[in-house]
Design a protein around this ligand. Structure first.
Ligand SMILES: NC(=O)C1=CN([C@@H]2O[C@H](COP(=O)(O)OP(=O)(O)OC[C@H]3O[C@@H](n4cnc5c(N)ncnc54)[C@H](OP(=O)(O)O)[C@@H]3O)[C@@H](O)[C@H]2O)C=CC1
Ligand SMILES: Nc1nc(=O)c2c([nH]1)NC[C@@H]1CN(c3ccc(C(=O)N[C@@H](CCC(=O)O)C(=O)O)cc3)C=[N+]21
Ligand SMILES: [Mg+2]
Length: 295
């Protein structure tokens, strides 16, 4: 069993990005800038936003975090976004999800200039991705990070059956769409499962590559996985753990202890997909910068 080390790959990637940022700075005398907006005080979101800002700085990029109170109106948020759209020092804009219920996610997605939409959530980016014009879009960071892991671990994907569990706009749908593109690290036959899927375990058991993006702790058990499968665990679930100072620990959507011995390769949580999401966000921000400067 290969334990796919997303933490290590993300560190490698960030070092590569740092070198590139340094070279570009010498050439054009400026660096990529990412602005993250967070509305409200969700503790998990605050952790991610801090991680993003820290990683940005490590690679020599500019990072700004805009913290807005939970009561911020949708109009006010849209005005903030518009100002960032028009700021030439900002190359990436990310509005952290989830948003308070009085703000419509769709309106926010539409407000972000597609050329700065480093999350890859805008329909223009989603559409280009589905069309296979991957050089004309931003690929959403979590699925992109998973592709990078499959590539760097030289996992054979051509003609394999990839089963994605989850169909959210931020993970499941883009993941499934990417896995059927004709690339070296994709080119799969794809099945997507969700809460209305019948006899799901019959489908997951056929997976050569199983991607779990459900949001339920330890949901994927041994009996749902074919021996020798590659298992990608996207889930980030907090469960109570009195032995930890924080009072909780993170587990994935896959029962790692049970499934890892029968898998051929598996991503752990933490240290798997999560750190890659952040690395790809920085990658997308650099890409935006290069496009803006015709580099
Ligand atoms: N590592 C990372 O970088 C990231 C991790 N995450 C984590 O990944 C997980 C998924 O996130 P996200 O996609 O946003 O979650 P959502 O809640 O938006 O989507 C969950 C999906 O799982 C499906 N689902 C829920 N319960 C079942 C079930 N019993 N059987 C089959 N399918 C089910 C839902 O089906 P339906 O559509 O029918 O409701 C839905 O499509 C979360 O733990 C999240 O924290 C998310 C983003 C990035
Ligand atoms: N607009 C938007 N874009 C996102 O990409 C986005 C979002 N909203 N909302 C929430 C989800 C979740 N997400 C994660 C990013 C990093 C880790 C990560 O770094 N995880 C570490 C551990 C982090 C920890 O210790 O809590 C790991 O798995 O090893 C996890 C989850 C991005 N998301
Ligand atoms: Mg969601």
């Amino acid at each position: 069993m290969i334990r796919i080390d997303g933490k290590k790959v993300s560190t490698d990637l960030k070092n590569e990005l740092k070198t590139q940022v340094g070279e570009l700075r010498a050439k054009v005398n400026c660096v990529p800038g990412l602005t993250v907006i967070i509305v409200g005080e969700d503790p998990a979101s605050q952790v991610y936003v801090r991680n993003k800002a820290k990683s940005c700085k490590e690679t020599g990029m500019n990072s700004t975090v805009i913290e807005l109170p939970a009561e911020t109106s949708q109009d006010e948020l849209l005005e903030r976004i518009d100002a960032l759209n028009n700021d030439p020092d900002v190359h990436g804009i990310l509005v952290q999800q989830p948003l308070p219920s009085h703000i419509e996610e769709y309106a926010v997605t539409m407000a972000i200039d597609p050329s700065k939409d480093v999350d890859g959530f805008h329909p223009e980016n989603v559409g280009q991705m589905v069309l296979g014009n991957l050089d004309k879009c931003f690929i959403s960071c979590t699925p992109y990070g998973i592709l990078e892991l499959l590539k760097r671990y030289e996992i054979e994907t051509k003609g394999k059956h990839c089963v994605v569990v989850g169909r959210s706009n931020i993970v499941g749908k883009p993941m499934a769409n990417l896995m059927l593109q004709k690339l070296r690290e994709t080119n799969c036959t794809v099945t997507v499962c969700h809460s209305a899927t019948r006899n799901m375990e019959e489908l997951t058991r056929q997976a050569d590559i199983l991607v779990a993006a459900i949001g339920r702790a330890n949901f994927i058990t041994k009996d749902m996985v074919k021996p020798g499968a590659v298992v990608i665990d996207v889930g980030i679930n907090r469960i109570d753990d009195a032995s930890r100072k924080s009072g909780y620990r993170l587990v994935g959507d896959v029962d790692f202890d049970e499934v890892s011995p029968i898998s051929s390769a598996i991503t752990p949580v933490p240290g798997g997909v999560g750190p890659m999401t952040i690395a790809m966000l920085l990658h997308n921000t650099l890409q935006s910068f290069m496009r803006a400067h015709n580099l």
